[in-house]
Design a protein around this ligand. Structure first.
Ligand SMILES: O=C(O)C1=C[C@@H](OP(=O)(O)O)[C@@H](O)[C@H](O)C1
Ligand SMILES: C=C(OP(=O)(O)O)C(=O)O
Length: 475
């Protein structure tokens, strides 16, 4: 449950479930979604470490980006909202923090700062190495479930780099909360980690590696690193800011010491978050178009083009518009390494006419919730047939019925419930507000997508709340 929902429940007013709109007819809509969480939070970190002021154009404004902004401000960066052209909020100007200096104007060790990570993996993994470059103590904590997310690799990595990390009781922590005691510089050099629980451990260290005195030679040892696309994105973003990164040897990344160039960067829309809208084309046997699809991107969401085609949709990318038209039936199949796309894929598999196997996603047990357990529980709660395997899910066709889909404070569980509701009448989603983690506008964008279009092709039984739409347009 989100903090806002919890606060309302504490106040005695239970939050009503969200009646997921049922698509009585094929959807026909054009949808633009807000900026990428992964790109926004990477560029914010880089801007905080850069050699001058930077600008992020059309960034994401959501709980995860707000947490990142607050964290970087607490560490001494100045971040200002300035008017921009984005449909979902202002641009951001970032004046970097001064490495080695405390947040305040005094010399010596800076005041203790507290960093709220919420449930944001990017904040809890990317910010501690940055706090190590500041002089002073930074205490990290987050939502109740954040304390269960894997953090040991970052804690051990910082300690191996000579940074003091302790629990609030003075002992050695294995997870949040913990205190990073920075001295203002980190020597760097060769560092061996096990990043099999999250790619974010690698990204976190690479993002700051150029500011270590000797740079960083990061080596992964252990089971394969998941979500490799996100590391490719980190390397690309770093190179764009003039950082020299050698990733030519598998499981080794060498970041040369040097400046991070200030930048003026347009943020791509979030292709992972475009997923539920594209999935709606399959669930309703209609058509959804997403304009502004990047021609070349490191976002894992670009995989929608192949995944949805494999599921029987016709998919085309012309003049930057991705058009997805659902076939008469959703096809199940084998889907490997779908990373953060998996909850959306699983929702479609639960609506498919043939069995599916999702593999390479064991690490989803450490995401916002244990996503494998949550997906099995919620699909089966609606009468489906889903089963956990050691590294994923098996989902077999079975007719679903009405019911409540629980969100577990997980934005992608909530949007998975919305997809199921398009095809199954009477689905309700508990705590739809949790989508604010990466897409505060989700309920409005979803309603806009479903509103009857001008030629009467699309529409839903819920009717339209399409007024004032910034991101969804009907044809
Ligand atoms: O670096 C990033 O921006 C992300 C990396 C991935 O984490 P994992 O490697 O833990 O899956 C992904 O699932 C997450 O949503 C965002
Ligand atoms: C795993 C996810 O988020 P986080 O950045 O919190 O790890 C996600 O958005 O699917």
């Amino acid at each position: 449950m989100t903090a806002a929902a919890a606060a309302r429940e504490d106040a005695g007013a239970p939050v009503p479930h969200w009646p997921a709109p049922y698509a009585a007819r094929p959807i026909n809509a054009t949808v633009t979604v807000p900026g990428s969480k992964s790109l926004t939070n990477r560029y914010l970190v880089l801007a905080a470490l850069a050699d001058g002021p930077s600008r992020l154009r059309a960034p994401l404004h959501s709980r995860d980006s707000a947490l990142m902004i607050d964290a970087l401000r607490n560490l001494g960066a100045t971040i200002t909202e300035v008017p921009g052209d984005g449909a979902f909020g202002p641009d951001l100007e970032v004046v970097p923090l001064q490495q080695g200096r405390p947040a305040g104007p005094t010399g010596g060790s800076g005041p203790e700062v507290r960093i709220d990570c919420g449930l944001a993996g990017t904040v809890m993994r990317f910010v501690p190495p940055l706090a190590a470059l500041r002089s002073g103590a930074s205490t990290f904590d987050g939502d109740p479930h954040a304390r269960k997310r894997p953090m040991g690799t970052i804690i051990e990595a910082l300690k191996a780099l000579g940074v003091s990390v302790s629990g609030e009781d003075g002992g050695t922590p294995g997870s949040l909360p913990f205190i990073v005691e920075g001295t203002g510089e980190v020597r760097g050099g060769h560092l061996v980690i096990d990043a099999s629980a999250s790619s974010q451990f690698v990204s976190a260290l690479l993002l700051v590696g150029a500011r270590f005195t000797e740079g960083l030679h990061l080596e992964h040892v252990g089971k394969p690193v998941p979500s490799l696309d996100h590391i490719t994105m980190t390397v690309a973003v770093l190179r764009g800011a003039g950082v020299v990164v050698d990733d030519s040897v598998p499981n080794h990344w060498v970041v040369s010491p040097g400046p991070i160039r200030a930048f003026d960067q347009q943020i791509e829309q979030d292709l992972s978050n475009a997923g539920p809208f594209l999935a709606a084309a399959l669930a309703s046997h209609g058509t959804v178009r997403v304009p502004g699809w990047p021609a070349g991107t490191q976002q894992v969401g670009d995989l929608w083009r192949s995944i949805l085609a494999q599921m029987g949709a016709s998919v085309s990318l012309e003049d930057g518009v991705l058009t997805v038209t659902g076939g008469p039936e959703i096809k199940g199949g084998d889907f490997a390494d779908t990373s953060e796309l998996a909850p959306t894929v699983a929702a479609l598999c639960a609506l498919a006419g043939s069995p599916s196997r999702l593999t390479g996603i064991a690490h989803l047990r450490g995401h916002e919730t244990d996503r494998l357990a949550a997906l099995v529980t919620e699909i089966n709660r609606l009468g489906g047939d889903a089963e956990e395997t050691s590294d994923g899910l098996v989902i077999r066709p079975r007719k679903l019925h009405a019911g409540v889909v629980h969100s577990y404070a997980d934005h992608r569980m909530a949007t998975a419930g919305a997809i199921l509701g398009l095809a199954v009448e009477g689905v309700q989603v508990e705590d739809i507000a949790t989508t604010a983690k990466t897409m505060p506008d989700f309920p409005r964008l979803w309603a806009d997508m479903l509103a009857p279009d001008s030629n009467g092709v699309g529409g839903s039984r819920e009717g339209s709340t399409a007024e004032g739409s910034a991101g969804a347009a009907k044809d």
